[in-house]
Write a new protein. Sequence first.
Length: 68
Amino acid sequence: MHTPTDASERDEVLVCSGCGTTPQADAQAAARLTWSRGTDAGRTTWTCERCSRENLRSIESKLDSVWW
Ligand SMILES: [Zn+2]
């Protein structure tokens, strides 16, 4: 599939889907490695490290309530 938006997607600013934070310009590249990347309805979403950790915890507690 031809994706002419590739370049602009690479330049897009990361925004956390959880808290809406944005890494500083000089941290964007690092954030792409450390943030969790996901897809939601075909769109790429990013979750910052802190929210990823909190999501994990809420997922675990949800599992707990399901299992116990
Ligand atoms: Zn966040």
